[in-house]
Design a protein around this ligand. Structure first.
Ligand code: ZN
Length: 384
């Protein structure tokens, strides 16, 4: 049994000063204050005085990092996962972008095979398949040669049981809504993205079961006051959650603040990194799937200039969200913990510090620098 004490705890819904967390066999037994949580004598104690403790971060969209690209080399999921805790990430959806469907199958095999023996790190919760059923007009950095029209046959092995958690598609494509219904039936969350859907088409997508919007504003129809398009529909629907990349490049900081006003307080905003292979490495030339990407200190772009994912880390994303919106720490933390967990239907198990949940925790300085990360009660990252 392990007791962590004296920190400021965010569950994230509640802030508790001078808090206590009791952990046993990788799970949280209790969380509260020293007057509400009894600590058995002889329990190992970790003093976290001066630190903020929050649920570990969950990234719903990450293409790779530390030199590896998941679409090119799905087997790298474990290698990257082992290093993500340095950014406070304790669970993630490795994202497979538009590519031959065999790459999704390879990624499913990599997850089915499980972690290498002795492996520790951020847990892959299943794949985010971003494509190949996307609108060619909004292909972004996806290779148009691999885009496909929706076909039931193509997704016959896609389900939560087969390690597919989230699918981004363009709902206006012919046959897309049938795929939405089938995937939702199999427990998969379906998202609208890389899409030219107008407002009416977006409404039809929500009615069919779409519950998420992928990187709001990026690679979608524009928001216009007489035709709100997909972004307007996503922002106006209270039941729909959106993903946002707050790197200051994908979306202007002022628009991040507008999105916050629409989606922040109702807990329908998830911050994602959309990070690519260059996260955690030096600027240079990298791959995103089979496309070459030029990475500078600020951005990752195709030779054509199209943004090709980001080099944003999750802890930096959190700090920027607060800087751009002025939101509270507890509200900001929800966008990377409870809200993504709730979207995936695992909000009892992850994304919250509550009795019974996995002891996935991040320890932060008051300036929100990651100093320690714990997955299932085991320390998997400790800053020197
Ligand atoms: Zn994308």
């Amino acid at each position: 049994m392990l007791c962590i004490r004296h920190m400021t705890l965010y569950t994230p819904e509640e802030r508790i000063d001078d808090a206590v967390i009791l952990i046993d066999y990788g799970r949280i037994l209790a969380a509260g204050t020293s007057s509400t949580v009894g600590v058995p004598t002889g329990t190992e104690v970790l003093d976290a005085r001066g630190l903020v403790v929050a649920p570990g971060f969950i990234d719903l969209q990450i293409n790779g990092a530390f030199g590896d690209d998941f679409t090119q080399a799905p087997e790298a999921i474990w290698h990257v996962g082992a290093q993500l805790p340095r950014h406070g990430v304790t669970a993630f959806l490795p994202t497979i972008i538009t590519s031959p469907l065999t790459q999704v199958a390879r990624a499913q095999e990599a997850l089915a095979a499980g972690a290498p023996s002795g492996w520790q790190g951020s847990k892959p919760l299943g794949l985010h398949c971003e494509g190949p059923f996307l609108n060619p007009q909004k292909k972004g950095a996806h290779n148009p040669n691999h885009l496909r029209l929706p076909q039931v046959e193509d997704i016959r092995h896609w389900s939560v049981d087969n390690h597919v958690r989230l699918v981004t598609l363009a709902p206006e494509l012919p046959g897309a809504l049938e795929l939405v219904r089938i995937l939702v039936d199999r427990g998969v969350v379906v998202s609208a993205g890389h899409s030219m859907a107008n407002y009416a088409e977006a409404q039809a997508a929500f009615a069919a079961g779409v519950r998420y919007g992928t990187h709001l504003f990026n690679a979608m129809s524009p928001l216009e006051h007489r035709e709100p398009g997909l972004p307007g529909a996503l922002l106006a629907a209270p039941a729909i959650t959106v993903g946002l990349i707050p790197d200051g490049i994908h979306v202007h900081p002022a628009v991040v603040a507008l999105v916050w006003a629409a989606k922040g307080a109702i807990r329908r905003l998830t911050v994602v990194t959309d990070a690519m292979a260059a996260l955690g490495t030096a600027p240079g030339r990298y791959q995103l799937s089979d496309q070459e990407v030029i990475v500078t200190e600020e951005s990752a772009r195709l030779v054509s200039g199209s943004l090709a994912g980001s080099i944003l880390s999750m802890d930096e994303a959190l700090r920027r969200l607060i800087a751009y919106t002025g939101c509270s720490l507890e509200a900001a933390l929800a966008t990377v913990t409870a809200t993504p967990a709730d979207l995936l239907g695992i909000g009892q198990e992850r994304g919250r510090i509550r009795a019974g949940a996995s002891a996935d925790l991040v320890f932060l300085t008051p300036e929100l620098e990651v100093v320690r990360t714990m997955v299932a009660g085991t320390i998997v990252y400790e800053k020197d």
